[in-house]
Structures are given as C-alpha cells and as structure tokens.
Design a protein. Structure first.
Length: 325
C-alpha cells in the first residue's frame, strides 16, 4: 500500500510539473500545432516592412504599450463600443500598425484556425520588423494567450509618460519586474522613433527657463524645435525625430544625444539624472554596438514575459480587435 501510495504521489507531481511546463512560454511553442506560424509572420514582415520601414518603430511601441498594461496579452488591440478600451487612451491614440497585425492574424487563421494568439503575433512582428531594418535579433518564446479585458484607465495609469521624471519611470518599470538597466535599454528603442509636438511642448513653452524652455534641454536644440518644428504648442501633425539624423538606423546615437542634453522627451532626459542609469549609458557608448544589440534583446525578451497569460488563461481570439463570442 505504501508503494502504491508513493507511486500515486509521484504521478500527481509529474502531472503537475507537466501542466506547469505547458503553461510557460517556450521557443517554437507552435511547432506541432501550427509549424509554419513563425515563418508566416516573418515572411509577411519581410515583404512589407522594407516598403514602410517606419512601421518597425510603430510595432515595437505597440508591443511595449501592450505589455505595460495587464501584461503582454494583446488587450491593447481590443475595440470598445464605449471608447473605454486601452487603445482609446491618450498615449495610444498615435499608435499605428493595427491593420498590419490584423492582416497577419488573417493569414494565420487561414493556416491554423484558433491556434496562434494575437499577443504572440505582436511580439513576433515587433522583433521581426526590427531585424528587417537592421536592428537586433532577440528570442521570442511563444505561448501567450489573449486577454479579454481592456481598460482605458489602466492604460493611463501604467504607460510611462513622456513627461515623467526618473523616480516615476523607475517605479513603473520596477512594478513590472524591470530594473534600471532594462529601462535604459528599452528606452533605446527611441533610436527609430518619432513623436509629435504635444509630447515635448511643455519643455519648450511651459518650463522654468528663459522663454519657457526646460533648462535641462540644450538651448540651441530647443530653439530649433520651436522655430522649425513646434511653432505652436498644440501642433499635432509635424513629425519629430527622436534620434535626429539617425532615426532610420538602429544604433547608439540616441544615447549620444542624451549626453548632449538633446533627448526629446523629459523621460529621455531623466535617464541622465540617476548615477546608475548614467553609468550604464556611458558603458553602452564605450562598447561595440553589438553589446547594445545583445543587451537590448535580453531586455525585450524579459519585457515580453511580463504577466503573460498561458495554459487555460484568456483565450485565442479569432479576431484581434474582438473577444470571442
């Protein structure tokens, strides 16, 4: 009886371990259920991103904004009949690429109906698009499932603001298990980013320096922005390069500009106000670009694991903008 009892315990433990393993993200999760899944995503990205390279930054930003609210569960993609979904929050109004994700989803549904999650599509498309424009590669373990809740209030509370100081930023990153170096590295995605005047206008018109300019901002850079870009504080159409002169290249130029006090956002400039953060920026700039690529990739993989839904959690949406009926 004792032997039988022990065997029963072992079986239960083994089954529990198997269940736990199945509930974790893993490389090539769709290897059996949809073997062509990752190739379909990659092929579509390689076909279309060269014709619209700015979408790489958009898809990277989408992945970031999704993971920071309820984890990486594609809750960002959900529509709302009342305008109260994440995508309706101010930080998300300028996001692009929703139709791109929808088209990839349609291809995957045709190949393997109800198998590949929208959350995994975002993660894979972000990585593949960055690689396509010459940026770093990183591993994307899959097996995420899609969330069924999307809340505008949570997006407003959890997506880091362009106007945040270092303490606020670090608190938001720490709350999700990310540290100072993760924050510096993920901010490096701004090397291919663009923005618009409302995100920087408070630094140009409503700050404490002469002419309302933020005294922590290089005055020549700020005056140029006011004269040639943000002639009015509310201009929401003019494109601002976050890494002027190098925004099409995934490189270290963004960090060089931070040390010249030419970071566009207050949240960019904030990275130089902390000794640990500043030391890491200097380390990146004194190292080969490949070091940045490798470390950025590690931070992206770490971010992609934030509060993921796996196993029986959530669902696999049939359409990314709608929960299953």
């Amino acid at each position: 009886m004792a032997g039988t009892s022990s065997l029963g315990i072992v079986v239960v433990v083994v089954l529990a371990l198997i269940g736990s393993t199945q509930a974790q993200l893993q490389m090539y999760f769709y290897g059996m259920s949809c073997p062509k899944a990752e190739h379909i995503v990659k092929d579509y990205v390689k076909q279309h991103i060269p014709n619209a390279p700015s979408l790489a930054a958009a898809l990277l930003r989408m992945h970031f904004h999704d993971c920071f609210v309820r984890g990486c569960d594609a809750s960002l993609l959900l529509n709302s009949t009342t305008g109260q979904a994440e995508k309706n929050a101010t930080p998300n109004l300028s996001l692009r690429g929703f139709d791109f994700i929808d088209r990839v989803k349609s291809l995957l549904e045709a190949e393997c109906p109800g198998v590949v999650s929208c959350a995994d599509i975002i993660a894979l498309a972000a990585r593949d698009s960055v690689v396509t424009i010459g940026g770093p590669f990183w591993n994307v373990p899959t097996g995420r499932r899609d969330g069924v809740i999307s809340n505008i209030t949570e997006a407003l509370a959890n997506i880091p603001s362009a106007l945040s100081n270092f303490t606020t930023l670090l608190s938001q990153f720490n709350n999700l298990g990310l540290n100072t170096t993760d924050m510096v590295l993920l901010s490096g995605g701004h090397t291919i980013g663009i923005s618009h005047c409302p995100a920087v206008s408070p630094r140009l018109y409503n700050s404490t320096g002469p002419g309302g300019i933020d005294p922590t901002m290089d005055s020549e850079y700020a005056e140029n922005l006011k004269a040639n870009k943000c002639k009015t504080a509310s201009d929401n159409t003019t494109i601002l390069e976050m890494d002027p002169g190098s925004r099409k290249t995934f490189d270290l130029s963004y960090y060089s500009l931070l040390l010249k006090r030419r970071g566009l956002f207050q949240s960019d400039a904030a990275l130089t106000t902390d000794s640990t953060s500043l030391a890491f920026i200097n380390q990146l700039l004194s190292s080969p670009t490949q070091f940045f690529f490798d470390e950025f990739g590690k931070a992206m993989e770490k971010m992609g694991r934030i509060n993921v839904k796996t196993g029986s959690e959530g669902e696999i949406r049939k359409q990314c903008a709608l929960v299953n009926s």
